[in-house]
Design a protein around this ligand. Structure first.
Ligand code: SAM
Length: 248
């Protein structure tokens, strides 16, 4: 099935499509040292909740880019509801194809989609070019709390092979010339909510759309992900949003 349909169905009840609680997201927004009129770019913006809150709170303007039309449609609706359409533009395209002029944004973000630039290091390098010298970079990225089991590695080889620790995520950024300003780390409650809402949304979709041709695959995939989460990821994986200052 279309991967973006799967994502849209399982995230139907998420406003924030990552394991950060809304309270922690709000804390991050409040902590951002942005001036009124700042320009913000959010690559893989999802429903653009973070971008909307930043634009609102800091009187900023910005661009949200996402590859999924399901997400950009919701993002545009929410931008309009918040009366930010004169300041926030939502663009439907692959994030790596968005042609940002070098040094053109006060804050460049990618929260939960570092595969856009082939991983965390590639994302740091891409956002360094896009952010103004001395500007801000925010990246959402998982990390491992301890060494993953062989079973977890077999279940999610692509993800597990690239996991480093929280300290290593920060050290990699420092080695790339970024200055760490803050990190918001999720709790197990945050993760459980993020995962549980996906089970609930998929099961609700099944009840409401019994004839959908994608239903068997959708449910099988969600239930497999649920098993991997409960057996392996829940005790091994965590997630943070890192805030950095770009080199001056
Ligand atoms: C984990 S969600 C995070 C969404 C949003 N940043 C948030 O935190 O609420 C990942 C998002 O990345 C988007 N995405 C995946 N691949 C992408 C790509 N190559 N370019 C742009 N967006 C992409 C998905 O459509 C999805 O909205």
């Amino acid at each position: 099935m279309d991967i973006w349909k799967y994502y849209a169905v399982t995230h139907a009840d998420h406003l924030v499509c990552n394991p950060t609680s809304e309270a922690k997201l709000e804390e991050l927004v409040n902590l951002l040292p942005l001036q009124s009129g700042a320009r913000v770019l959010d690559i893989a913006c999802g429903k653009a909740e973070l971008l909307i809150r930043i634009a609102d709170h800091h009187d900023a303007s910005g661009v949200g880019v996402d590859i999924s039309s399901y997400e950009t449609e919701v993002a545009r609706q929410r931008v309009a509801e918040r009366r930010l359409d004169d300041r926030v533009e939502i663009v439907l395209m692959g994030g790596a194809d968005y042609d940002a002029a070098p040094g053109s944004f006060d804050l460049a973000m990618c929260i939960g989609a570092t595969w856009v630039w082939d991983g965390y290091v590639g994302t740091i390098e891409a956002l360094k070019k896009i952010a103004k010298p001395g500007g801000l970079i925010a990246i959402g990225e998982p990390f491992k709390m301890h060494e993953p089991s062989a079973e977890y590695e077999n279940a999610e080889p692509g993800l597990v092979a690239n996991l480093v620790t929280h300290a290593e995520n920060v050290a990699i950024a420092v080695n790339a010339g970024l200055t760490p300003l803050y990190a918001i780390v999720s709790s197990q409650d945050d993760w459980d909510r993020y995962e549980g809402l996906q089970w609930r949304a998929a099961e609700a979709f099944a009840v409401e759309n019994p004839d959908d041709p994608d239903l068997p695959e959708l449910l099988a995939r969600m239930r497999e992900n649920r098993t991997v989460y409960l057996r392996h990821a829940r005790d091994t994986l965590n997630w943070a949003i890192y805030l950095f200052r770009a080199p001056g």
